[in-house]
Design a protein around this ligand. Structure first.
Ligand code: C2E
Ligand code: CA
Ligand code: CA
Ligand code: CA
Length: 278
């Protein structure tokens, strides 16, 4: 099958395979997913290693398809990018996550941040600043409680991406580099840009138990981040051992199945209890 190019809209053709037709159907469904109210957010706690308490949550989108059930983001984010509906999706995620966070802040004593993933495509868009501003104003959430996560650090090196990052930080919004250590990201990023948080990819966390060198590498990353005033979150923490090693090398926050899976808003653990048993 031919790949649909950037500006080519797929449409039905008689020679299409069943698989191609299913993909096309899914694209059509995705275009309507927002208006049909089929998207939902799950939230995963970010836990402070020193206090054991929840300091932030990351919003992770899911698509509740009427026939296919719950579809995970890896199955539709790329399609949303290709169809150029990622901005609308991002806007929905922002508004929903911010409104939810304000509700949490109203009912719990503790304030915590909300982390929202922004597609690199969206991050380069001028419109992003307006969208973020509007979402903040509509919800009433103070900007310092919002953290935007961006995976592709290449974007932070383009003119448009850099301008957006600077403007966001001037607004008081935090910027996090997601999947740190993979792809194009490197420590020089900390020097060149004002990054609030780095999120260390889980490929660095998994080897911790059986390779002592892995902890040394992590300690170096943490040290460099701290020297530049950035916080460090480790992702994909699945065991207590990993958490202890991370604590030992000075990592600030952890996120992972060991502590809590991504959950619907109503199932978020209380903010006044320790999620770190020791
Ligand atoms: P990510 O931003 O790196 O998010 C972390 C992913 O790791 C999530 O998968 C999360 O459920 C999973 N995870 C959390 N703890 C663990 C753990 O201990 N072990 C393992 N193996 N996995 C863990 P999820 O929810 O399927 O999201 C996948 C990716 O989809 C995200 O990766 C992010 O890049 C993208 N994504 C999710 N929500 C959004 C969104 O609202 N907008 C955009 N643009 N992308 C999103
Ligand atoms: Ca993320
Ligand atoms: Ca990540
Ligand atoms: Ca990822």
């Amino acid at each position: 099958a031919k790949n649909a190019g950037k500006h080519r809209y797929a449409c039905y053709q008689p020679h299409m395979t069943a698989e191609a037709m299913e993909r096309l159907q899914l694209e059509q469904d995705l275009r309507q997913a927002i208006t049909n109210n089929e998207l939902e957010l799950h939230y995963q706690p970010q836990i402070c290693l020193n206090s054991g308490t929840l300091k932030g949550v990351e919003a992770l989108v899911r698509w509740r398809h009427p026939e296919k059930g719950l579809i995970m983001p890896q199955q539709f984010i790329e399609t949303a990018e290709r169809l150029r509906i990622i901005d609308a999706l991002g806007e929905w995620v922002l508004k929903t996550a911010l409104a939810q966070t304000v509700r949490w802040h109203e009912t719990s004593k503790e304030r915590f941040t909300i982390a929202v993933n922004i597609s690199p495509l969206h991050f380069e868009d001028e419109q992003l600043l307006t969208t973020v501003n509007q979402a903040l104003e509509a919800s009433g959430l103070p900007p310092e409680y919002l953290e935007l996560e961006i995976t592709e650090t290449r974007i932070l090196q383009t003119k448009a991406g850099q301008a957006n990052a600077t403007a966001l930080r001037q607004m008081g919004v935090h910027v996090a580099v997601d999947d740190f250590g993979t792809g194009y990201s490197s420590l020089t990023l900390l020097q060149d840009l004002d990054i609030d948080t780095i999120k260390i990819d889980r490929s660095f966390i998994a080897p911790l138990a059986d390779k002592p060198e892995a902890a040394i590498l992590l300690g170096t990353i943490v040290g460099a981040a701290h020297a530049f005033g950035a916080k460090v979150i480790a992702e994909g923490v699945e065991t207590l051992d990993q958490a202890r090693i991370l604590h030992g090398v000075g990592c600030d926050l952890v996120q992972g199945y060991y502590f809590c899976r991504p959950v619907p808003a109503l199932e978020l653990p209380a903010t006044d209890q320790s999620l770190y048993p020791d």
